[in-house]
Ligand binder design. Structure first.
Ligand SMILES: Cc1cc2nc3c(=O)[nH]c(=O)nc-3n(C[C@H](O)[C@H](O)[C@H](O)COP(=O)(O)OP(=O)(O)OC[C@H]3O[C@@H](n4cnc5c(N)ncnc54)[C@H](O)[C@@H]3O)c2cc1C
Length: 292
């Protein structure tokens, strides 16, 4: 898919853009399962899939290999890429691989410090922020990829305040990013406040909200703790009301995500990005309920 077609779909004022996020499987068995999930989702009207990149370049080969498989299944594919542990020359090689494999876009990220390290230390010949990577992609493959960057409705954990966080986002967009995908959030007001800050800072590109149907209260607490996302009291109460019934909790997660997506689209979000955790059940139900 050409960059221009990709961006046109994202800017469609009538139909929301739908994307799903996979992570690179660690074993061939998990890989086969992931591709089954992808096949199950394909008819759901998904506009593009994205595939994450492991910390420290650990999934470099699997992101490329499984990304290529997703392309073969017909998904326009956004490959994530981080600066962690990579020199510019290595990043150039990965970008060339994404080009050959037919990826439509790249989500340019700084990445988190590898396990055991408190702060991010850039590679001596690499980049300290995602902004540098955005520029690099445009330099080595001008106009080839739709380039996305990460946004944080509840602001990045390292940011000192909302204003500086948005300034850095505006810097990534000024460097050439075409769209923003957000960290997951569970309260739509956080997204709309973030969008208002971004627009006030001159960011005009589409900002695709990240939504995750939670699987259980335990999973939500773990995942939100990791992402530093706030769990709304209303959702906690709905999950607690299910008691230990994990299937009931999963259904609450889907229902919350359906209400979130409807609210997002009704108030002008350009679409939504679903963190599916390589599982199809909740995502299939989410898409089916949104159609009804
Ligand atoms: C949608 C999405 C997908 C993700 N996918 C992955 C993935 O596949 N693999 C992975 O490892 N991680 C992934 N992450 C996590 C991401 O790598 C981390 O959140 C990381 O800590 C920050 O990455 P960034 O690209 O937002 O960094 P940046 O935008 O570079 O910002 C990082 C920090 O530096 C500050 N900063 C930015 N620019 C400057 C500047 N010019 N001067 C000084 N400070 C600055 C910012 O305020 C922020 O605190 C994803 C996150 C999101 C939201």
């Amino acid at each position: 898919m050409l960059r221009s077609q990709f961006l046109q779909a994202l800017r469609d004022p009538v139909r929301p853009t739908v994307s799903v996020e996979f992570f690179p499987p660690k074993t061939p068995e998990a890989g086969a399962k992931m591709l089954d999930v992808a096949r199950a989702l394909r008819p759901a009207g998904i506009d593009f899939a994205s595939l994450t990149y492991g910390a420290g370049g650990t999934s470099r080969d699997t992101t490329l290999a499984y990304g290529a498989e997703l392309v073969k299944l017909g998904f326009p594919l956004v490959g994530h890429l981080t600066c962690v542990g990579h020199s510019r020359a290595e990043l150039t090689d990965v970008i060339a691989g994404y080009d050959t494999a037919g990826f439509a876009g790249i989500l340019a990220l700084r990445g988190d410090p590898p396990k055991g390290q408190a702060a991010f230390t850039p590679h001596p010949e690499g980049f300290a922020q995602a902004e540098g990577l955005v520029r690099h992609i445009s330099t080595v493959r001008p106009g080839r990829f739709a380039v996305g960057v990460a946004g944080f409705p509840e602001r990045h954990p390292d940011a000192v305040d909302d204003l500086s966080d948005i300034r850095f986002l505006a810097g990534k967009v000024a460097a050439g990013a075409d769209f923003v995908t957000t960290q997951l959030f569970l309260d739509n007001d956080d997204y709309f406040r973030f969008v208002a800050r971004a627009r006030a800072a001159g960011v005009t590109v589409p900002i695709l909200p990240g939504v995750m149907p939670v699987l259980s209260l335990k999973q939500a607490r773990n995942f939100c703790g990791f992402c530093k996302a706030r769990l709304p009291e209303g959702l906690i109460q709905e999950l607690e009301a299910c008691g230990p019934d994990e299937e009931a909790q999963r259904r609450v997660g889907v229902s919350w995500a359906v209400r979130q997506v409807r609210g997002l689209v009704a108030r002008g979000a350009p679409g939504y990005h679903v963190y599916i955790l390589n599982r199809s059940e909740s995502a299939v139900e989410l898409f089916a309920q949104l159609k009804s």
